[in-house]
Design a protein around this ligand. Sequence first.
Ligand SMILES: [Fe+2]
Ligand SMILES: [Fe+2]
Length: 171
Amino acid sequence: MVSENILGLLNEQIKKELHSAYLYKGIEAYFENLGLKGMANWFMVQAQEEMGHAMKFFNYVNEVGGLVQLGTIEAVTSKYKSPLEAMKASLEHERYITASIYKIVDAAIDERDHKTNSFLQWFIDEQVEEEANAEENVRNLELVKDSPNGLFMVNAELAKRVYVPITTPQA
Ligand SMILES: [Fe+2]
Ligand SMILES: [Fe+2]
């Protein structure tokens, strides 16, 4: 079992990961509507990853005998001013998720909850990757500015992304 405090934070995190998936579906819709199918593909895959993150927390709560509670997921936008703005929104969101995970790690350390701390290590590493990917997308769009050729190239690059399911035991 984990403490009520940790359980609350884990349940909040399930919601945040589901919200991430929702946010990325909104960005996918934005790019799809613009005809940038490669970028839409990238966010479709990202949304799938987020569902995987949510399920990893979901399964952990079950494993430690806690009751999963699913809160309300806020509405998200699919309207952005530019591809760059959409990419920046995803980077900002991943930074927020990293901070949220660090908060649970801090609580687990405070409470000497070693198993939750150990469980969360996977997410610490994952967030390094998530932020790096989002930063790369922002940087690429900053480089190409409004050049249609550049946008087309980034779009073609992001079209290659395929979903790889999480294969760790708790997934
Ligand atoms: Fe996530
Ligand atoms: Fe990832």
